[in-house]
Design a protein around this ligand. Structure first.
Ligand code: URP
Ligand code: ZN
Ligand code: ZN
Length: 463
């Protein structure tokens, strides 16, 4: 099928242009004003609309075993919810259980996605153990298009690895061109503070935040960047939450180091008071790093504007309040860590970033699509509206008003972290590889149509 999208304003990371888009099958064939209508079998009128490259959420956890349970969205419900919000690519995390081979984990995650994913997806590999074959396994993963690895400096006894492991992994990526994504919090120190709180009978959700100080994040970010520098490798800090941590990334970038970082809508829009909600509702906001004091929020927005932060992802890791968060009713350390958000990323960043004047439209596209495509080895297949790229396009109505609510969202979770937030600007129609998958609130994609994306190492962001 050939499709012509007419009269929209195409937004890239650098330009805004009133033009038409001709799509042939999966791929964008032409982008220019006044493409003749007889070239296409289907015409979509986008008058008054903005046209964005499909959103890329580089940090989701679908169907993930964690905290004694499994995240509530699988690859079908999670990718469907993402599509409603204008996200057409996810990069999820496979987990290598300690003592196992990474290929087994990759197979497990491919099976989870098989026949379920409705949009395209890539995978990072969470490394918990390098063992004898770990470095070889990392090269094997890169050959399979897993061009990034997540390591944890937190969650001792579960996912945390020591500095020697981190340094070895960084050194390997310095050679094979992959990227280490770091969960940067000092897990050892946090564990001591947590045990002290529990011994004092402090068990409510708010203690999740009070036992994870900002300095534990900033120290770990600093250490991670220092290890990357010694290894001669780039580094990407995930879910950065505080000004103190941001300063470490900014200082590194000012020195010319290939250090990158993402933040998430929850850190830009919510603060620590949420964990004090009555009736255990603070548990809805238990994720790591925790929400911070309000004064951090404008610093993160400023960091996004000035490219000290490069990406907004969601860290979508949903657990239902009624039967999952409740596991920690008497002990905050047993509350499954994570929150939902994959559906609302573009709405929230557009409304609170673009409408409020904190970000311009081009920067909005850069941080939600183009930069993650570049950093994670998907560009120019994804992340741009240009001839030869996949026809992943969001037709965005800048005037559409929407109230975010668990009663209307498509994520398989019984609450929203942004309940009642009113936003202006929403996806009207979403195309993934030329298929209209969402149109005016209707979902039109079949589970299983989403393809696994083999991503390139040396994505290009640092060369
Ligand atoms: O609390 C969170 N962030 N859960 C997901 C796992 C992680 O650390 O990203
Ligand atoms: Zn993490
Ligand atoms: Zn995460």
């Amino acid at each position: 099928m050939t499709t012509l999208i007419t009269h929209g304003t195409i937004i890239s990371a650098t330009t805004s242009q009133l033009a038409d888009i001709l799509i042939d099958g999966d791929i964008i064939k032409d982008v220019r004003p006044n493409i003749p209508h007889d070239q296409a079998s289907r015409i979509i009128d986008a008058t008054g609309m903005l046209l964005f490259p499909g959103g890329i959420d580089a940090h989701t956890h679908l169907d993930m075993p964690f905290g004694g349970t499994v995240s509530a969205d699988d690859f079908e419900t999670g990718t469907r919810a993402a599509a409603f919000g204008g996200t057409t690519t996810l990069i999820d995390f496979a987990i290598q259980p300690k003592g196992t081979r990474m290929r087994d984990a990759l197979d497990t995650w491919w099976k989870k996605a098989d026949n379920r994913a409705t949009i395209d997806f890539g995978l990072h590999m969470i490394v918990t153990d390098l063992g004898e074959c770990g470095l070889e396994d990392m090269d094997d993963m890169v050959r399979e298009g897993v061009a990034s690895f997540k390591l944890f400096m937190a969650y001792p006894g579960v996912l945390m690895v020591d500095d020697a492991t981190i340094f070895k992994a960084l050194t390997q990526t310095g050679k094979n061109g992959a990227l280490i994504c770091m969960h940067a919090e000092n897990g050892g120190v946090i564990d001591v503070i947590v045990q002290r709180a529990l011994a004092e009978g402090k068990t409510a959700p708010i203690y999740h935040a009070l036992t994870r100080p900002v300095t534990a994040e900033a120290e770990a970010v600093n250490r991670a960047i220092a290890m990357a520098e010694m290894a001669g490798a780039p580094i990407y800090i995930v879910h950065l939450s505080s000004e103190d941590a941001l300063n470490k990334v900014r200082e590194a970038r000012d020195r010319g180091l290939p250090a990158f970082a993402e933040t998430c809508p929850q850190y830009l829009l919510l603060s620590v008071e949420e964990l004090n909600r009555p009736n255990f509702e603070g548990a809805k906001y238990v994720f790591t790093p925790p929400l911070r004091e309000k004064h951090h929020l404008p610093k993160l927005w400023d960091g996004l504007k000035h490219d000290h932060l490069q990406v907004v992802s969601t860290d979508h890791c949903p657990f239902c309040f009624a039967d999952q968060k409740v596991l920690g009713k008497n002990d905050f350390t047993k509350i499954p860590n994570g929150g939902p958000g994959v559906e609302n990323r573009l709405q929230l960043i557009y409304h609170h970033g673009v409408n409020s004047g904190k970000l311009d439209l081009n920067r909005f596209v850069e941080i939600t699509s183009t930069a993650p495509a570049r950093i994670f080895g998907l560009y120019p297949r994804k992340g741009v509206i240009a001839p030869g790229s996949d026809a992943d396009i969001v037709i965005w109505d800048p005037c559409a008003k929407h109230t975010i609510s668990a009663t209307t969202h498509h994520m398989r979770v019984d609450y929203s972290m942004f309940e009642g937030f009113e936003v202006k600007g929403n996806a009207r129609t979403v195309l993934s590889r030329g298929d209209v998958i969402v149109d005016q609130g209707r979902f039109e994609a079949k589970p299983g149509r989403g393809q696994y994306l083999r991503r390139s190492a040396r994505g290009g962001a640092w060369v």
